[in-house]
Design a protein. Structure first.
Length: 280
């Protein structure tokens, strides 16, 4: 995989944490743009680079590698790096080889009410090991996510900005801006998915989503169906005779569900933290 820096989260020194005030003053503060290969994070990164170009910040574009994302994401990341005019710092949890399947196999767990282990291990732990106390963070929250952004700011003690929120930009605006920049959209968007998450995201519970995965990526669907049976994970929500219940993937009937009307799947760096806050 190109440009990947194999960083073990527990080996990154958070050297600023123990510095005195004088030492902290000497450290050039970083503007860390969290790029996920999604359209929103790409546009947020581009806007932040332009806005803070002469601010004195050291601008860093950070990406957490997850192996189960569509392979076209590598092409999209390369195109975006050219658009940004600077390289992307790629990080991966080596213990799990950046793989959702490694996490599932080792943890014997797929997902539950408090979230999914893969987000915590492959994104949150890597992010925490990389960040410094003096960093300013850039996230791709869209204008319609104001409530979610407010909750995030209330529950996380970090310096963060959302360029899309500040400018009233929606996800559709980001898609248009990517295309206007001459960059081909990621394959998952072109296939009709709302977000550029893993192929067969374990946080998804909609019947429409999983039936779309079955049609577009049958091998990934049946692999996850086998795992859901083996680990007794009833991943799909269905409503029959007015009663909602959960079923195994291999019980899902073809043709049911409407993916376009189902809730969005959130799998960002901080969504696991927010879910835990709400679950306590």
């Amino acid at each position: 995989m190109r440009h990947v820096s194999p960083i073990r989260p527990h080996t990154i020194p958070l050297h600023c944490a123990s510095m005195g005030n004088d030492a902290e003053d000497d450290v050039k503060k970083r503007l860390v743009c969290w790029f996920s290969c999604g359209a929103a994070s790409a546009v947020a990164t581009k806007l932040a680079i332009t806005q803070y170009a002469n601010s004195g910040f050291e601008i860093v574009i950070a990406r957490c590698i997850v192996k189960e994302e569509h392979p076209d994401n590598e092409r999209f990341a390369d195109d975006c790096a050219k658009w940004f005019g600077m390289p992307i710092t790629n990080m991966i949890n080596e213990e799990y080889a950046g793989s959702v399947w490694r996490v599932i196999q080792k943890r014997k767990f797929i997902a539950g009410p408090k979230g999914a282990s893969c987000t915590m291990i492959l994104k949150k732990q890597v992010r925490e090991a990389f960040q410094l106390p003096t960093d300013k963070h850039v996230f791709g929250y869209c204008a319609y996510e104001q409530d979610r952004w407010d909750r995030f700011l209330d529950t996380n003690n970090i310096d963060a900005i959302s360029p899309l929120m500040e400018r009233g930009l929606q996800h559709s605006d980001c898609l248009a801006m990517i295309e206007n920049a001459g960059i081909e959209l990621p394959t998952m968007y072109k296939l009709g998915y709302q977000h550029n998450n893993c192929i067969g995201c374990v946080k998804a519970g909609g019947a429409g989503y999983w039936n779309k995965i079955r049609a577009d990526f049958p091998a990934q669907f049946w692999k996850m169906a086998g795992a859901s049976r083996a680990l007794s994970a009833q991943m799909v929500k269905v409503t029959e005779d007015g009663v909602e219940r959960r079923i195994f993937l291999d019980e899902l009937k073809e043709g049911i569900g409407d993916y376009k009307t189902e809730p969005e799947i959130q799998c960002g760096i901080f969504c696991e933290m927010a879910q835990q806050e709400l679950a306590t």
